[in-house]
Design a protein around this ligand. Structure first.
Ligand SMILES: Cc1cc2nc3c(=O)[nH]c(=O)nc-3n(C[C@H](O)[C@H](O)[C@H](O)COP(=O)(O)OP(=O)(O)OC[C@H]3O[C@@H](n4cnc5c(N)ncnc54)[C@H](O)[C@@H]3O)c2cc1C
Length: 417
């Protein structure tokens, strides 16, 4: 693998950019792999990378029905944070944040992780009480968080309306300084390049259409549009299509799929240098390096696999933006799209074994799995390689829906994650 460096960029500049090799190969699938990963999004690619890197399992294929990173990984608004309420979630998401902190170096690929902080804004006494409870929980869990005054919120976000008649008055808020954003494509590409360099085959335009099993019900391979690929271990990381994939594998998941929409404005000069989320409207926003305002809000209100936007959500989210930041009310939208996210009743992911022996799963991240890509991949790789759940992943097994040990983050914090 070519090592990327400032010196290499300089050298290539002198040589007419002729020396760059493709970042990954496009191999034909082999007859058999030790592990097959379904889904070439961030979680699938990270799983393949950690399998090869940490566990030395290199005879691995990642099967992606479209193009690499073309699912939610390439459609999300890139917020990375670990401000969760329950200890199990805090451990999981802070583990991920720590992996992000070293990721560009680990992968030798600039994922543009920018720890610009995230401000959660309270607009009422009730919001503030909820925020205090939330910050208390985070601090007890050893995650950085601090309450900030109304004046501090206004200083950090002068673009917020704080006029006497403001519809959403500012009462204060809280902040996680280590939170931020990263370049979504770069996370997928970085993992893909590093996994490929360790021998992983990444096969695009390869759709899994069925599972092969032996008499005991154990998986022996997958049926794809490119033919049968044999394996006795499958990792599924297909986000919004997890319940469909589970049906093919012969079990059911407590996952409902919804469209989640995102918006980017025309480029502006810098107006927001942090990430903001409003506890009243669910609006969240940051500004990209190119100047576009990147923002979003809640899920669509009905379950769907239709990967497109609709005007009620545009009105709701853009309306919240115009209400809270009236000076931006006339900014034009440049792009708008949706991804299909995998929502679980208790707003927490599902990691680990499934009722089909040999099939392991990573799903249920819903609206918040970009931040979890390094951890999701690391933990699924651990389970695939060792046959045991990692301590951090253990509370998130599918069996919690039978034991009742649910981890309802949305109920605890009042926002959907
Ligand atoms: C609009 C929007 C905004 C979001 N904002 C944030 C945010 O700010 N922060 C955050 O942390 N998270 C956010 N998320 C959530 C986050 O994007 C996802 O949780 C995360 O990207 C999931 O990654 P993944 O690898 O599991 O899934 P994906 O990236 O969706 O990858 C799954 C892949 O599986 C492939 N696949 C499906 N079926 C098959 C098949 N039969 N055979 C082969 N391949 C198949 C798909 O083509 C896809 O590429 C957002 C999501 C959306 C839609």
């Amino acid at each position: 693998m070519t090592k990327y460096s400032a010196f290499k960029v300089f050298l290539e500049g002198l040589g007419g950019q002729q020396g760059w090799a493709p970042a990954w190969r496009s191999p034909q699938p082999k007859k058999r792999y030790d592990v097959v990963i379904i889904g070439g999004g961030g979680h699938g690619l990270a799983t393949a990378y950690y399998l090869a890197k940490v566990h030395g399992v290199r005879n691995v294929a990642v099967l992606e029905r479209g193009w690499l990173g073309g699912g939610n990984t390439g459609r999300n608004t890139t917020v990375i944070r670990s401000n969760y309420y329950y200890p199990a979630s805090a451990r999981l998401y802070d583990f991920s944040l720590k992996l992000y902190e070293g990721l560009s170096r680990e992968l030798n690929y600039n994922v543009m992780f920018s720890q610009r902080g995230m401000v959660m804004v309270a607009h009422s006494r009730h919001d503030l009480e909820g925020a205090q409870r939330w910050v208390g929980a985070m601090q007890l869990n050893g995650v950085d968080a601090e309450m900030i005054s109304a004046d501090e919120v206004k200083r950090r976000l002068p673009v917020l309306d704080d006029s006497p008649g403001a519809r959403y008055p500012i009462w204060g808020g809280f902040m996680q300084k280590r939170a931020g954003t990263a370049r979504h494509d770069a996370v997928a590409w970085g993992y893909a390049r590093a996994a490929d360099a360790l021998g992983v085959d990444i096969i695009q335009n390869c759709e899994v259409r069925g599972f092969l099993k032996n008499q005991t019900g154990r998986v022996t391979g997958v049926q794809t549009n490119l033919g049968v690929i044999e394996t006795d271990k499958v990792g599924m990381a297909v986000a919004g299509h997890s319940s469909l994939m589970a049906q093919l594998a012969g079990f059911e998941l407590p996952v409902t799929s919804y469209a989640l929409q995102a918006f980017v404005s025309e480029p502006l000069k810098p107006v927001i240098d942090t990430v903001m989320l409003s506890l009243a409207t669910g609006l969240y926003i940051s500004q990209s390096d190119k100047g576009g305002l990147v923002f979003g809000g809640a899920l669509d209100h009905y379950a769907s696999y239709a990967q497109r936007g609709n005007s009620p959500t545009i009105r709701q989210v853009a309306g919240a933006l115009a209400d809270q930041m009236p000076s931006l009310g006339r900014v034009r939208l440049a792009r708008h799209w949706a991804g299909i996210v995998d929502v679980v009743q208790d707003s927490s992911p599902i990691l680990g074994e499934t009722p089909t022996p040999g099939v392991y799963i990573n799903c249920g991240w819903g609206t918040g799995g970009f931040k979890a890509i390094p951890a999701g991949g690391y933990l699924l790789a651990h389970h695939l390689a060792t046959g045991r759940a990692h301590d951090i992943a253990a509370p998130f097994g599918l069996n919690r829906f039978f034991t009742g040990a649910l981890i309802d983050e949305a109920a605890a914090s009042g926002i959907a994650h």
